[in-house]
Design a binder for this molecule. Structure first.
Ligand code: AP5
Ligand code: MG
Ligand code: ZN
Length: 216
């Protein structure tokens, strides 16, 4: 099964992708996580990406497309994957279609999580992320069992640099200008399913599951 998670920053793409990945045993491929890992390892790509991420701007398409093309060649992708945060521009969507065509593959569903600006701001300003394994928390909705400590790996739980309110607002603008057009792009390809992202985490997952299982 090959899925794309689409939606504004803070919609819950990462949270849902992690559950889907576990439930269906397919890798969770998050370009944002890949850049944050590269930055932690101080690679040239990580340092380059940081200058865009800190402002809430997108990393240039050619960097992202190359990174994803390489990742999708990995053996763990043979049975499918869940893409989170990619594609994010029409150029990236077209590049992905080309990568898939080359391998005679196609996407099964594009899951678009609808969430209001107000909800997004509340979720992102309260989000905390594990500095080691990337587990996602929220100070009110989903706090770690011990404050500041990851449930899974016991490392520190921190606030992402781009979750400051000003940067969040810019990320939302960038989403509307550059990523939202993908909703119609995938609607036209008959791949889009829209999910109400205002519900709580488990209800959103239940809705996604209904769609995935109706097709089996
Ligand atoms: P990326 O890491 O992809 O960030 P994003 O798209 O802005 O999305 P987020 O990770 O902020 O939100 P999410 O939808 O995953 O929400 P989450 O599940 O964490 O990208 C970061 C940056 O990297 C970009 O700005 C760009 O610079 C660069 N980049 C990455 N990919 C790129 C690409 N393809 N091209 C160019 N540049 C790229 O949930 C948020 C919070 O809400 C959490 O606290 C969670 O606990 C809570 N929550 C989630 N769902 C619910 C719910 N249903 N109810 C209550 N709380 C919830
Ligand atoms: Mg995310
Ligand atoms: Zn952790």
């Amino acid at each position: 099964m090959k899925l794309i998670m689409l939606g504004p920053p803070g919609a819950g793409k990462g949270s849902q992708a992690k559950i889907i990945s576990k439930e269906y045993n397919i890798p969770h491929i998050s370009t944002g996580d890949m850049f944050r890992n590269a930055l932690r390892n101080e690679t040239p790509m990580g340092l380059k990406a940081k200058s865009f991420m800190d402002k809430g701007e997108l990393v240039p398409d050619e960097v992202v497309n190359g990174l994803v093309e390489e990742r999708l060649q990995n053996e763990d992708c043979l049975n499918g994957y869940v893409l989170d945060g990619y594609p994010r521009t029409v150029n990236q969507a077209e590049a992905l279609t080309m990568i898939l065509d080359k391998n005679n593959q196609s996407i099964d569903y594009v899951i678009s999580i609808d969430t209001s600006d107000k909800t997004v701001i509340k979720r992102l300003t309260g989000r905390r992320t594990c500095s080691n394994c990337g587990a996602i928390y929220h100070i009110d909705n989903n706090p770690p069992e011990v404050e500041g400590v990851c449930n899974f790996c016991q490392h520190d739980v921190i606030q992402r640099d781009d979750d400051k309110e000003d940067t969040v607002r810019n990320r939302l603008e960038v989403y509307k200008e550059q990523t939202q057009p993908l909703i119609n792009y995938y609607k036209d390809l008959n791949l889009l399913v829209e999910i109400d992202g205002e519900k709580d985490l488990s209800d959103v997952f239940a809705n996604i599951q209904e769609i995935l299982e109706a097709s089996e």
